[in-house]
Design a protein. Sequence first.
Length: 318
Amino acid sequence: MNPSAGPFVGIDVSKDHLDTAVLPTGKRWCTANQDEDIQSLVKQIWSLKPKLIVLEATAMLEMPLVGALAAGGLPVAVVNPRHVRDFARASGILAKTDRIDAQILARFGEVMQPDVRPLKDKDTQELTALMTRRRQLMGMLVAEKNRLSAAPKAVSKDIKNHIAWLEKRLWDMDDHLADTIKNSSVWREKDALLQSVPGVGPVLSTSLLAGLPELGTLNRRQIAALVGVAPFNRDSGAFRGKRSVWGGRSHLRSVLFMATLSAIRSNPVIRTFYRHLREAGKPPKVALTACMRKLLTILNAILKSQTPWKVSCVPSTT
């Protein structure tokens, strides 16, 4: 197969259907989102010898298809839906249907040619699902505690019982996550490397293993952009706006934020860096974001070098 000469394929994934578009031929078709139909679709696409297949990340609905395509040795890129939507608007395409979305995805692949990232294996997908469930339990727990503060006596007992149940489920989930890590030699080694850094605990380590498989394979700028802690310029003509961070994987950013607060207290490198920024006049939020980026850079370098934490070997973020 000569992938450089192949077409670009866009697949719009919904709960029930898979809409496929091919460029430059313009061929389009729709299939059911069922296991047997997925296997048939993979065979169809294989016969096209595509250069790239592009799908949007759609709340894990795309994972069975992505897994089947990857197992067939086909080049797949799972992209951020907002990037595709912005691309469509910039192209003057405002309408939105499944067929149009598939065409836009194929066109996005042809023009932007996103990188084909390493795909998560079955065990990593399971770990991701566990972490997603943990975030859901945390969200329900916070919501119930907020309700309890203003709840009338008639329902407060029921809310307290539910809070106790959620806390128990959260403890059980943490135990399950810990066992999952321990039972994998690869994860166990990576987890030990990550947790060798002061301020990094099991929640951040597990979140990164599940949600950031690229950690240790990219450079510091790329990994910061993936998580959404890389500052972007906001300039136009003579106007010079403040640089700001946006996009990325928000669920990882929130966990990284909490870990950075801990690192500012317990990690000598992060603590010194934060104090230096504050003394230089940086606002607390700006200094904290810079510390998040530095901590992520350190973790990326540690996995890349397979070397545990050493203060003398901390990489520069400049």
